[in-house]
Design a protein around this ligand. Structure first.
Ligand code: ZN
Ligand code: ZN
Length: 139
Protein backbone atom coordinates (compact mmCIF):
# COMPACT_ATOMS: atom_id res chain seq x y z
CA UNK A 1 0.00 0.00 0.00
CA UNK A 2 1.20 3.48 -0.79
CA UNK A 3 2.28 5.73 2.02
CA UNK A 4 0.49 8.64 0.39
CA UNK A 5 -3.21 8.30 1.12
CA UNK A 6 -5.36 10.53 3.23
CA UNK A 7 -8.28 12.90 3.58
CA UNK A 8 -9.43 16.19 5.05
CA UNK A 9 -11.20 16.32 8.39
CA UNK A 10 -14.75 16.08 6.99
CA UNK A 11 -13.83 13.42 4.44
CA UNK A 12 -15.05 15.37 1.39
CA UNK A 13 -11.52 15.33 -0.02
CA UNK A 14 -9.62 12.11 -0.39
CA UNK A 15 -6.27 11.71 -2.09
CA UNK A 16 -3.76 9.07 -3.00
CA UNK A 17 -0.49 8.74 -4.81
CA UNK A 18 1.68 5.77 -5.71
CA UNK A 19 4.90 7.79 -5.53
CA UNK A 20 7.43 7.52 -2.75
CA UNK A 21 7.74 10.63 -0.60
CA UNK A 22 10.98 12.55 -1.19
CA UNK A 23 11.40 13.89 2.35
CA UNK A 24 9.61 15.48 5.28
CA UNK A 25 10.28 19.03 6.52
CA UNK A 26 8.73 20.98 9.38
CA UNK A 27 7.96 24.60 8.51
CA UNK A 28 7.71 27.23 11.25
CA UNK A 29 6.90 30.16 8.93
CA UNK A 30 4.15 32.57 9.95
CA UNK A 31 2.02 31.62 6.94
CA UNK A 32 2.03 27.93 7.90
CA UNK A 33 1.14 28.92 11.47
CA UNK A 34 -1.81 30.99 10.25
CA UNK A 35 -3.00 28.36 7.81
CA UNK A 36 -2.72 25.42 10.20
CA UNK A 37 -3.78 27.24 13.35
CA UNK A 38 -0.87 25.44 14.96
CA UNK A 39 2.80 26.07 15.68
CA UNK A 40 4.11 24.68 12.39
CA UNK A 41 3.21 22.55 9.43
CA UNK A 42 4.65 19.12 8.69
CA UNK A 43 5.21 18.88 4.96
CA UNK A 44 5.85 15.78 2.89
CA UNK A 45 7.69 16.58 -0.33
CA UNK A 46 6.32 14.63 -3.28
CA UNK A 47 7.04 14.93 -7.02
CA UNK A 48 5.07 17.88 -8.37
CA UNK A 49 1.70 16.97 -9.80
CA UNK A 50 1.81 13.41 -8.44
CA UNK A 51 -0.97 13.80 -5.88
CA UNK A 52 -4.29 12.44 -7.12
CA UNK A 53 -7.38 13.93 -5.54
CA UNK A 54 -9.76 10.98 -5.86
CA UNK A 55 -12.79 12.49 -4.12
CA UNK A 56 -13.97 16.09 -3.87
CA UNK A 57 -12.14 19.17 -5.09
CA UNK A 58 -9.69 21.39 -3.27
CA UNK A 59 -10.15 25.15 -3.03
CA UNK A 60 -7.04 27.20 -3.69
CA UNK A 61 -5.73 30.19 -1.81
CA UNK A 62 -3.01 31.99 -3.75
CA UNK A 63 -0.40 32.94 -1.18
CA UNK A 64 3.00 34.54 -1.85
CA UNK A 65 6.20 32.85 -0.71
CA UNK A 66 9.41 34.48 0.49
CA UNK A 67 10.70 34.18 -3.08
CA UNK A 68 7.94 36.55 -4.20
CA UNK A 69 6.46 33.73 -6.27
CA UNK A 70 3.01 32.25 -5.68
CA UNK A 71 2.28 29.48 -3.22
CA UNK A 72 -1.00 27.80 -4.15
CA UNK A 73 -2.42 26.48 -0.90
CA UNK A 74 -5.00 23.77 -1.55
CA UNK A 75 -7.54 23.17 1.22
CA UNK A 76 -11.02 21.80 1.88
CA UNK A 77 -13.59 24.57 1.67
CA UNK A 78 -16.01 22.63 3.89
CA UNK A 79 -13.84 21.80 6.92
CA UNK A 80 -10.78 23.96 6.26
CA UNK A 81 -8.11 21.27 6.36
CA UNK A 82 -4.99 22.26 4.42
CA UNK A 83 -4.15 19.46 1.97
CA UNK A 84 -1.07 20.51 0.02
CA UNK A 85 0.87 23.49 -1.27
CA UNK A 86 2.02 23.96 -4.85
CA UNK A 87 5.07 26.17 -4.35
CA UNK A 88 6.17 27.77 -7.62
CA UNK A 89 9.69 28.25 -6.21
CA UNK A 90 10.06 24.44 -5.92
CA UNK A 91 9.34 23.33 -9.51
CA UNK A 92 10.03 19.65 -8.76
CA UNK A 93 8.02 19.30 -5.55
CA UNK A 94 4.59 19.72 -4.00
CA UNK A 95 4.21 19.85 -0.22
CA UNK A 96 1.60 17.59 1.29
CA UNK A 97 0.34 18.37 4.81
CA UNK A 98 1.30 15.31 6.83
CA UNK A 99 -1.54 15.64 9.33
CA UNK A 100 -4.04 14.69 6.63
CA UNK A 101 -2.41 11.29 5.98
CA UNK A 102 -4.29 8.15 7.03
CA UNK A 103 -1.02 6.68 8.34
CA UNK A 104 1.51 9.06 9.88
CA UNK A 105 3.61 6.36 11.56
CA UNK A 106 6.43 6.63 8.98
CA UNK A 107 6.80 10.43 9.23
CA UNK A 108 10.34 11.46 10.13
CA UNK A 109 11.22 15.10 9.54
CA UNK A 110 14.74 15.71 8.22
CA UNK A 111 14.73 19.51 8.56
CA UNK A 112 13.17 22.38 10.48
CA UNK A 113 12.82 25.49 8.34
CA UNK A 114 11.88 29.10 9.08
CA UNK A 115 13.00 28.63 12.68
CA UNK A 116 13.44 32.39 13.03
CA UNK A 117 9.65 32.66 13.35
CA UNK A 118 9.12 29.49 15.41
CA UNK A 119 7.00 29.75 18.55
CA UNK A 120 9.12 30.17 21.70
CA UNK A 121 8.13 26.90 23.36
CA UNK A 122 9.09 24.66 20.41
CA UNK A 123 11.62 21.96 21.32
CA UNK A 124 13.51 20.58 18.33
CA UNK A 125 14.30 16.90 17.91
CA UNK A 126 17.96 16.07 18.44
CA UNK A 127 20.08 15.80 15.32
CA UNK A 128 17.56 17.34 12.91
CA UNK A 129 19.05 20.31 11.01
CA UNK A 130 17.52 23.73 11.61
CA UNK A 131 17.46 26.64 9.22
CA UNK A 132 16.45 30.24 10.05
CA UNK A 133 14.65 30.47 6.69
CA UNK A 134 14.65 28.13 3.69
CA UNK A 135 17.62 25.76 3.44
CA UNK A 136 20.24 27.30 1.11
CA UNK A 137 19.69 24.72 -1.65
CA UNK A 138 15.91 25.17 -1.71
CA UNK A 139 15.56 28.93 -1.48
ZN1 ZN B 1 -13.14 18.64 4.46
ZN1 ZN C 1 5.69 27.50 5.96
Amino acid sequence: MSKIAGSCLCGAIKYASSVEPVMVAVCHCTHCQKQSGGAFSVNVAIPKGSLQVISGKTTVFQDVGSSGQPVYRHFCSTCGSPIYSDVVATPQLDWLKAGTLDDTSWIKPVANIWCESAQNWVVYPEGVPRFPQNPPAAS
